[in-house]
Design a protein around this ligand. Structure first.
Ligand SMILES: Cc1cc2nc3c(=O)[nH]c(=O)nc-3n(C[C@H](O)[C@H](O)[C@H](O)COP(=O)(O)OP(=O)(O)OC[C@H]3O[C@@H](n4cnc5c(N)ncnc54)[C@H](O)[C@@H]3O)c2cc1C
Length: 276
């Protein structure tokens, strides 16, 4: 199948995109890299009357590092993040996450903002951004607001974003030089979304420790008991305890899925602790 008839507008700025969204009303939809929206259009799972392409808006593509954070424009592609030099744990972590998404053709087009807004529970950026306590900046006709990642994803394919709003940037707080990061995803083959994701960020200097399970349940969620144990003992949680916590935090009860989720988290923790 092919998309329904629609008009296409290539936005030149965020203001221009907001105007086009307002003009297009309920029928208008933003286009980032098109890597999730494209297949949905072709299958006619979505039938917008206007596409507003933000992929060429310069301000949305910038990636900046400050002493406080790394700020990625929403239209920065996975490949652009993958190709950046990385000098601290957060930049290295972002490079690793970006490089693990699908294959290069997808990474050349897909964007970090599009991935967070699409809110596939199995997407890599959503789990990472939650683990790193990222903030999502949203712009609409009423102005700007920042939403913490834990409040941004409401459920599978559902976020805090209103239809006439744009995600403009994602701000990830810097970690100290002693911070340790671990990321592990289980997927059958390259180019498929994960069946289980584990992400861990431990930063003793900031007294920060977060463990996240992704691709299980309706959205990625933190595992506070696993994080508490890790911060206190620097020992990976027992697999049975991990399964029990993942079940209670996600509502997932399939033993195979829980086992895979626990394995992904366990391997991420082991990576963060420096195991080979
Ligand atoms: C073969 C294949 C394999 C893949 N494998 C993986 C994988 O392993 N891991 C993974 O995480 N992802 C994977 N993906 C998904 C990929 O990462 C997409 O890039 C991502 O999900 C969507 O980003 P996009 O920029 O293409 O967004 P689009 O497809 O353009 O848009 C997605 C949604 O977000 C909205 N949107 C886009 N940008 C904005 C914005 N700035 N503000 C507000 N709304 C916006 C659109 O309106 C649409 O609703 C895969 C995709 C394909 C095709």
């Amino acid at each position: 199948m092919k998309p329904v008839d629609l008009s296409y507008h290539r936005a030149t700025s965020v203001d221009d995109a907001l105007v086009q969204l307002a003009v297009g009303g309920d029928g208008a939809k933003l286009l980032g890299g098109g890597q999730s929206l494209g297949p949905m259009l072709n299958l006619r799972l979505t039938r917008p009357s206007t596409l507003v392409d933000i992929s060429m808006v310069e301000s949305l593509r910038r990636i900046e590092s400050t002493s406080e954070s790394v700020v990625a424009g929403a239209a920065a592609t996975h490949a652009e993040i993958e190709d950046r030099p990385a000098s601290d744990p957060i930049e290295r972590a972002m490079r690793e996450v970006a490089a693990g998404i699908a294959y290069r053709a997808v990474r050349n087009r897909g964007t970090i903002g599009g991935s967070l807004v699409h809110a596939d529970p199995a997407a890599d950026w959503a789990s990472f951004a939650l683990c790193a306590d990222a903030r999502v900046r949203i712009r609409g006709a009423e102005g700007e607001r920042d939403v913490r990642m834990q409040d941004f994803t409401h459920a599978a394919y559902t976020t805090a974003l209103a239809p006439d709003e744009i995600v403009t940037r994602i701000e990830i707080p810097r970690a100290s030089a002693r911070a340790r990061f671990g990321f592990h995803k289980l997927c059958r083959k390259t180019g498929e979304l994960a069946e289980a994701i584990g992400v861990v960020l431990v930063d003793p200097d900031r007294r920060y420790c977060r463990v996240v399970t992704g691709a299980v349940g309706a959205k990625p969620v933190p595992l506070p008991a696993a994080a508490g144990l890790l911060a206190a003992t620097a020992v990976p949680p027992e697999p049975d305890a991990l399964c029990a916590e993942i079940a209670s935090c996600t509502g997932e009860h399939d033993p195979v899925k829980l086992h895979m989720a626990a394995v992904a988290v366990h391997r991420a923790v082991s990576r963060a602790l420096g195991a080979p």
